[in-house]
Every structure is written in C-alpha cells, then in structure tokens.
Design a protein around this ligand. Structure first.
Ligand SMILES: *Cc1c(COP(=O)(O)O)cnc(C)c1O
Length: 369
C-alpha cells in the first residue's frame, strides 16, 4: 500500500461542491480584495479562537512580522524564541532588525521551556515568541508569568496549533498579539497562502489592520509605511467553508494519533509524542524519535510510505544565520531533535488500514535491525 505523507482527499472530496460554490461566489460578486469573505472569516475565526480581533493577512510569516512591527520591536532588541522551531519564527524577528535569542525546549513536549527563559534574558530582551510546536499547546501560564515578571510582551506562533488549548484557553489568545498560518497543509488550510493575526488588544489589532494595507485606514491616506499583506478574498471564501469542519478534523487527527500511540508503544527505541498535563494536542504533526531515524525513513520510503523531518537543521545552524556566530553544540537539545525526529503520515480521515500499514512498516524495520 502506497501511503503519502499527507493526503487532502478525505478532507477536500466531501466539500468539493461547497468550496467551488464559494469560489464562484467571489468570482461573480466581482469584489476581489478585502471584501465580505475576508470580513466574515475574520469574525468567524475570532469567535473560534476566542479573541476579540482577527486580522487576515497574506501568510503566517507576515502575521508574525506585522505582529512584531505593531509591538515596535526593532534593532538592538532581543527576542526569546525556541531553538527548535520552523525558520519562520526566527525570520520575523530578523525582518524587524531584532536579534533572535534561542531557548531550548522541554525534552518531552518539544515546546519552549519556560524554566530556561530567565537565563536567556538580558536588559535588551523585549519579548517572547512561543511556538505551539507540532500542534501541542505550550505551558502558557508559566510563559506569561516570566513575561510579566520581566515586563516582556508575548507573541504566540499558532501556525501549527489552531484549536489547541492550555488549561482550557485557546492557543493564539494568550499573547499580546499572535500569528497563525493557513498554508494548505496546516490544520486549517487555504488553497494557497493565507494567515491571520489574533489579539484581544484593540489598538494592536488596529495597527495590524493598517500595516497590512499600505499603512492606510482610509483609501489613499497613509498613516505609516505599511505593506501589502492582505488575506486574499478567494482564500477567505475557502476558509469560511472549511472552518466549521476544523473541530471534526482535529478529532480525526486525534484518532489517528491514538492508533499510533497504541500500536507503536514499545517498538524499537521509538519515543512517541507526550502531551503535557494542562495541554491539548491537535496533531498537526505526529513526530516520533529514534536513533535510527535516517535508516527508518529510507526503509519506509522503499515500502512506499512517505515521511518528513521537522526539521533537519535548527535555525541557529542554518546558513542564513551564520552571522550570529553560533557554533554547533550551542543548543544540544534542538540539535538532537534535528537528528532523531521523524514525522509519520498524518491527516484527518486517514484510514485505520493506512495507519496499520505504517505501523507494520515500522515494526518490520525494527525486527530486521
Ligand atoms: C507554517 C509556519 C509558519 C509560516 O507560515 P506561512 O503561512 O507558511 O508563512 C510559521 N511558523 C510555524 C511554526 C509554521 O509551522
């Protein structure tokens, strides 16, 4: 059985007519930028995420970038960021001229460890970016406490965790201003690039609204040097159709994760995902770890089973960040995760026999080791 890393079919096939009708609606309405669909999606997503304000933007990276601009982060500022996140979180900090300061994750959850933050704080530290990695909520109570104690702002990168919660509160609603992504493969995905900022702060929300649209609130009157980073009307129409299904899809991801947990427990030297007490996990990715990672990936590939590595090179060792002069060995947890992590096939509606085939492939690899 050929099993891809990700299939959209069970998600997209049943809503095909609904999505195409929504796209046709935009086509016929002839209002293609910042129209009713964007407005409706912003309201719907704010309600879903339990925040007062949602501002649709062009993608997740822009959401984080505009969030930092709205907070007046700039050159000379330092921002705490996970050592093991996707590069986008670091890039947003670099865009505003600030310096990313890596903090290592908890070794069980892979999320930034609030207990390691104080050691990284200097007089230049202005804020914390927390990333709900792979779909699991960070320990937001402890993170907000550190922020409060040192007078720092918090930006949540919620690109992988739409619908997750920490102690009953939705991720993307803790930080002063937060970013998320609707890249197609994310838990709530558009049919192209899309993203949003979520916040309870009316002033920050207003700033983002201005920044995403040429620094303008009133057409042809520009308050600040802004950007063109608007959520596309067609993508908003697609997202309006998909959002009501998100909770079902999350449950389906959890069902797949539960099957993996059950059938992979004790297999070889595999380390399975661990969800912290107080956190929920929406399994954007199901990431296992093994010291035989590269051989396992190759073995599964030969059996027609797709896997990916999130992420093979931590940001501090990327060529893009050589100017920071951080040596290999500086962030050993992130480096270890980069060497041992493997993301297994995971999508809403993945069938039990598909999960079983992946499990059998992994079992047979370890039996022949
Ligand atoms: C996908 C992702 C982003 C960036 O989103 P884009 O829409 O691709 O720009 C940022 N942070 C994390 C953790 C992501 O997974």
């Amino acid at each position: 059985m050929n099993i891809p890393f990700l299939s959209f079919a069970p998600q997209h096939d049943p809503i095909r007519e609904e999505v195409l009708a929504a796209i046709a609606g935009v086509y016929d309405k002839q209002w293609y930028v910042l129209g009713d669909q964007v407005k409706a999606f912003e309201a719907a997503y704010a309600a879903f995420n339990e925040v007062n304000h949602c501002v649709g933007v062009a993608n997740g990276l822009d959401a984080l970038h505009l969030a930092l601009l709205a907070l007046n982060v700039g050159p000379g500022d330092e921002v705490l960021v996970p050592s093991n996140t996707y590069i986008a979180t670091w890039l947003a900090i670099s865009f505003v001229g600030a310096t990313p300061v890596a903090v290592e994750p908890n070794t069980a959850t892979y999320n930034i460890d609030p207990r390691r933050m104080e050691a990284a704080i200097t007089p230049k530290t202005k804020g914390i970016m927390s990333v709900h990695l792979y779909g699991q909520a960070c320990e937001m109570t402890a993170i907000m406490e550190v922020a409060q104690r040192y007078g720092l702002w918090v930006v949540e990168d919620n690109a992988q965790a739409q619908g997750a919660a920490w102690q009953g509160q939705m991720t993307g609603s803790f930080g002063h201003v937060n970013g998320t992504s609707f890249y197609p493969g994310k838990n709530l995905g558009a049919l192209g690039d899309a993203g949003a900022v979520t916040t309870n702060d009316e002033i920050l929300g207003g700033k983002i609204r201005t920044l995403r649209n040429y620094g303008s609130q009133q057409k042809y009157y520009n308050e600040v040097i802004g950007y063109n980073s608007r959520l596309d009307e067609l993508q908003a129409a697609v997202l309006n159709v998909k959002l009501p299904y998100l909770q079902d899809w999350t449950q389906q991801r959890r069902t797949v994760a539960a099957l993996y947990n059950q059938h992979l427990a004790g297999v070889g030297d595999l380390i399975l995902p661990v969800t912290a007490v107080g956190a929920t996990h929406v399994y954007h990715l199901y990431v296992v770890r093994t010291t035989h990672r590269d051989r396992l990936q190759h073995y599964l590939q030969e059996q027609g089973i797709g896997t990916l590595i999130h992420y093979p090179v931590p940001p501090h060792l990327q060529r893009a960040y050589t100017h920071l002069g951080i040596q290999e060995g500086a962030y050993p947890i992130a480096e270890e995760l980069a060497k041992t992590s493997l993301s297994l096939p995971m999508w809403p509606g993945m069938r039990q026999e598909e999960v079983t085939a992946v499990v059998e492939g992994i079992r047979s690899f370890f039996e022949h080791l």
